[in-house]
Write a protein that binds this ligand. Sequence first.
Ligand SMILES: Cc1cc2nc3c(=O)[nH]c(=O)nc-3n(C[C@H](O)[C@H](O)[C@H](O)COP(=O)(O)OP(=O)(O)OC[C@H]3O[C@@H](n4cnc5c(N)ncnc54)[C@H](O)[C@@H]3O)c2cc1C
Length: 387
Amino acid sequence: MDFSIPPELQEFRAAVRRFVDTELIPLEDLAEENDGLPDEIVRDLKKKSIAMGLNALEMPEEYGGGGHGTLAHVLLTEEISRAAPGVSSGTIPGASNILLEGTPEQKEKYLIPCIRGEKQDCFALTEPGAGSDAQSIRTRAEPRDGQWVINGQKRFISHGDTADFAIVFAVTHPDRERDRITAFLVDKGTPGFTVGQVHRTMGQRGYRQAELVFDDCVVGPEQILGEPGKGFELGRDWLRNGRIMTAARCLGPMARLIDEGTEWAKQRVQFGRPIADFQAVQFMLADSAIDLYASRMMTYNAAWDDDQGVDPKVVSAKASAVKVFASEAYGRVADRVLQIFGGTGYMNEMYVERAYRNARVERIWEGTSEIQRGVLARNLLKRGMFA
Ligand SMILES: Cc1cc2nc3c(=O)[nH]c(=O)nc-3n(C[C@H](O)[C@H](O)[C@H](O)COP(=O)(O)OP(=O)(O)OC[C@H]3O[C@@H](n4cnc5c(N)ncnc54)[C@H](O)[C@@H]3O)c2cc1C
């Protein structure tokens, strides 16, 4: 078994780390206070990240991506996520993996511009009545005169307010038991497509969610992504990758929290000694290191399997496991490190205060912890342990 990371990826990781430390982390206060960064700063950061080859690292080279696999993407995501989501998420262009299922024309119009940082997509599945039970969506697309007419409402859609187009999931074949849902590419500005409420959230300042409203929104058949009726399968592919990346996004904050907590424990003096001398504090650091180590190994392993072409069902089960473990571990680490900082950790300007709030959503989006445990249990009962 070879657990080493190839030298070229180690160098790449070191370069990303410098970019995060010098370009992204200094902007965190600005993003936190303004719920995002000014457009000109985002444009500038995008240019820099593209020049470094960070954009769409996992996408095939023929479309302008980096041509690397899932493990490389995980390593990049781990490093980038050391900076708060409000400065890291919009500044490194990327594209949803399911855009690779598009026609040549769709790849030209949507995939390639996303990879180049000229367009941004959003993934619109969740609705007011359909969250965990995504198959129960009610947004309808009905055929009329060779076109499709979309009606319905999506909510909690990340980047929904800024995206240039949405990948919208709608019911096209209501009478079928399976293959009822189709994915559509809907451009911003299409008549009948509007952005509704943009939410203020507990954490992740600058990483916004919006409602999308479709009111007799007409799109042509060329806007269907993949096969009609096969939208749910596309959604599943998106989520399998998304769950591994969610785990990767928890690794960076955990590492930074442990670094900051350790440094603080060495410097903060009470009862005439650094608090790092107290076993109660040491144990909180040790438990956090265990959480990070276990999360990291599990995430790398799931990504490695994906790169080796292991059965997608196995990768899917591992993706659920790492998503649960890393997201819950991040919550535990943030909680312990805040405790180590004492009252100082509760202050708004501290990274740990923000990380504590940011961590909470990781157990909810891309499928809640409960849903992932259900997926795992069903897999176990049917196929055994990651068989
Ligand atoms: C910040 C943020 C960004 C998001 N971005 C996007 C996006 O870009 N695109 C998108 O489509 N969606 C997005 N979502 C939606 C997200 O995927 C859903 O919030 C999530 O899947 C949970 O759905 P829900 O919020 O409706 O909760 P519900 O489904 O109502 O669940 C409520 C509770 O019931 C539990 N529960 C439900 N069913 C079961 C069950 N069968 N067994 C056990 N427990 C169960 C859940 O675990 C949870 O604890 C986002 C959400 C947030 C908060």
